[in-house]
Design a binder for this molecule. Sequence first.
Ligand SMILES: [Zn+2]
Length: 88
Amino acid sequence: MAFHGGKRMFVKHKACRFCADPSLKIDYKEPKPLAVFTSERGKIIPRRISGNCAKHQRILAVAIKRARNIALLPFTNAKIRSREHREY
Ligand SMILES: [Zn+2]
């Protein structure tokens, strides 16, 4: 958490962080790193926002879906699903 130069506190991830850091593993059995890539509602954050490359985004999406299936991640946090209300 060092602040060098002052102006770059919020650096956008240009490169995919999984490519940048090979030690980062995408594992559906570990939901914590996966949860970073889901919205508050449990939706998978799109690649354009997360900055992941296509390859890792795909792996990530599969991992998140697997994690959902074994109840490590929520399908959605919204309890009311009667209305199809779209955010976008
Ligand atoms: Zn990548």
